[in-house]
Design a protein around this ligand. Structure first.
Ligand SMILES: [Zn+2]
Ligand SMILES: [Zn+2]
Length: 258
């Protein structure tokens, strides 16, 4: 399974930088998890192939360019873009994003070939298929309805926490997997901002360190994501100080393979 965290920041020469402002993972160049930078940083091939997008929650950093992505493809789509999300999140996207005010309600529009956007409601806790992948969505502890994901293909299993504070069901589901190759987990704020992390339901490195004691698997790659750009260096140092084997920070723009 090939996974890339799409870049969302670029320098004056257009080169991707390491700061992560938006969240969007692309799996095997064809399935997206969240859509923060989806319309901004795909290769041409990925742009032609990605039609399945799993949205973990409706926060702007996870859906910012989703409307633009559909808009760019509008007249050329021969099949709809499929958005997989819990019914709660679908309702919020329709109410707050695709509401004819912020952007058109694409789910009511057709091009010459048919519908351009279709929702697929995903049942939390039950396995579902997205393209060639099997996924399970687990409700996590964030300020809006949010799911983490366990994603498998024939070879590998990777868990995504999405945005969350202390949570249990996600770890139970991860622990039930026979084998887990990688965990992509959020670490948003430095330890000095634990109060803000608590009220906005995110992890600091210290909170993540405690949380990882719930993980029963050993030897997997643990990659931190969602580091607030302004505190990136401090968060990296605090993650290093945890001394957890194979814990690193995921680099936007780099392709990881498990
Ligand atoms: Zn969020
Ligand atoms: Zn976020």
């Amino acid at each position: 399974m090939k996974i890339e965290l799409l870049p969302s920041s670029f320098d004056g020469n257009g080169r991707a930088t390491l700061e992560q402002r938006l969240t969007c993972f692309v799996i095997d160049d064809r399935v997206a998890i969240d859509a923060g930078s989806l319309a901004l940083a795909l290769t041409a091939d990925q742009h032609n192939q990605v039609r399945d997008i799993v949205v973990t929650h409706p926060h702007m950093d996870h859906v910012a360019s989703l409307p633009i992505f559909v808009d760019d493809l509008y007249s050329t789509l021969k099949e709809p873009v499929r958005i997989y999300a819990t019914q709660e999140v679908i309702d919020l996207l329709e109410r707050d994003v695709f509401n004819w005010t912020v952007y058109p309600r694409f789910s009511e529009l057709d091009n010459d070939y048919g519908p351009v956007l279709q929702y697929v409601a995903i049942p939390p806790g039950q396995e579902f298929s997205v393209a060639h992948l099997r996924m399970t969505a687990i409700s996590v502890n964030h300020i809006v309805p949010t799911v983490g994901l366990v994603v498998s293909d024939a070879k590998a299993t990777v868990a995504f926490s999405s945005d969350t504070a202390e949570t249990d069901e996600f770890w139970h589901t991860v622990n039930r997997q026979k084998h887990v190759d990688a965990l992509l987990v959020e670490a948003s704020f430095p330890n000095s901002m634990s109060r803000l992390a608590e009220v906005s339901r995110h992890f600091t490195p210290a909170a993540l360190g405690k949380e990882l004691q719930k993980l029963n698997h050993n030897g997997l790659d643990i990659l931190a994501v969602h580091l607030k750009p302004a505190y990136r260096q401090t968060i990296i140092e605090e993650l290093d100080a945890l001394g957890i084997p194979k814990l690193g920070v995921m680099e936007p723009g780099r392709v990881y393979e498990w």
